[in-house]
Design a protein around this ligand. Sequence first.
Ligand code: FE
Ligand code: CA
Length: 514
Amino acid sequence: MRRRNLLKAIGAGTAGLVLAPSLVARSLGAYPFAIGVAAGDPAADGFVIWTRLVTAPLDEHGGIPAVRIPVDWEVAADERFSTVVARGQATANPELGHSVHVEVQGLQPHRHYWYRFHAGGETSRVGMARSLPAAAELPSRFRFAVAGCQHYEHGHFNAWQMLAQEPDLDLVFHYGDYIYEGGPGQLGPRPNGVVGVRQHVGGEIYSLDDYRRRHAQYKSDPQLQAAHAACAFASSFDDHEVDNNWVGDISGEAVDPEMFQLRRMVAMQAWYEHMPVRRAQFPLLTGMTAHRRLDVGRLLRMHVLDTRSYRSDQPCEDGRIKPCLREARVSGSVLGTGQERWLDDGLGNDAVWNVIAQQLLVMPFDRRGPDDEHPNLGTDIWDGYRSARDRLIGSIRKRDLKNVVIVSGDYHRNIVGELPVRDTEPDGEKAAVEFLATSMSSENPNNLPVDYVLGNNPHVQLYSDERGYHLHEMTPRQLVTEVKSVDQNRTVGGRLARVQRFVVAPDAPRLQQA
Ligand code: FE
Ligand code: CA
């Protein structure tokens, strides 16, 4: 197609080369919504709707020509789109891998909406999302799920299908590890020498095209697509969206920080391109701002944190120097000065609940095995940053908050417990409850006996090796949390295996099993 002819077809636009609708139909050649739709970051008056034009997820540029393509969108008050309440046209730009992020505004608070896109003569599937309650409202309940760590090779996304079918879900907090960066079979060994159920395409990912293709491969999964179409997400990232155990400018491997910044930059661009997030999270050359708040009326404030971008290096060369003594764990910062102050300010509010939504285990956790004489604490979790944890606890206590619920992930186990005010007194006073959700599919080869782990960690009530997610139902009176697991992920179509239930009151950071 000649550029001159195209320009004639669309008129001389000032916004660059946009494909006219009649040409789009011809040029895309196939269904362009192959990796689905999503909604995210709801507010009282709307939410983000997202898609990325892709006809062939594993091909160069997803099979899409490198031109600007108009994408029509619409939001309706009913599933059949008989009452369209908002519509418009966005442009899918090649600079952003033909992703589209529309910040829909002007909607009514706390109600369900349906959305879809049109491009190239095709219509996307329909997604559903719910706006948040109005600021002055005290909703009778808010249900949100916490999930993440979805290694594509380790298992099918049966847990995502299960989550997609949860009734009345308001939001999914994704704590990260949405993709894993390794080549086929690289993140092992898996327990008992079990081989993966499917393979990553390509080797370890480094370039923007690599990261785009990996995201597109994951998003080709119909069970993951179903979850996105069912509910709005609040998306964050952990390490594997970029590189194992990275923090700040430091790679998990021994790499020149300037070199690593290039990798982080393209990985963050690809993350933005594939997540339903706002323009405030646009990837800049200097990094991006991923921490933000969601206010759910007067019921809860969710503080979404970024525990990677501003963190200081892990102590003891990330645990390679042993033993890693307590003294080595006091100097660092998890959030960086700016985000720490932002969180401290944000905890000053009158909501019934505060939810700190982040990536890493906050409470102390002794991982020693039966042969270890001494405590064994992690370095890539808050245990590596004891002073930073003390400052977080200080922020909670100076306001006398009893309503703090921490949700986390990364560990590929369920860990539910109470955060002690002093890490030397796990039986003592508590500052918050913590629900660490296990992985959706990723395995963890550690196999410590459960009773042994619980014996070494008296503040922990649940430690279990399952795949699944957590479902939190918050009301003004209580939080009821269900820890849900899927029975298997070796073949598509697992079922609910088990539920363990916890109840928390907003005036005491204590867990009750129910
Ligand atoms: Fe993970
Ligand atoms: Ca991780």
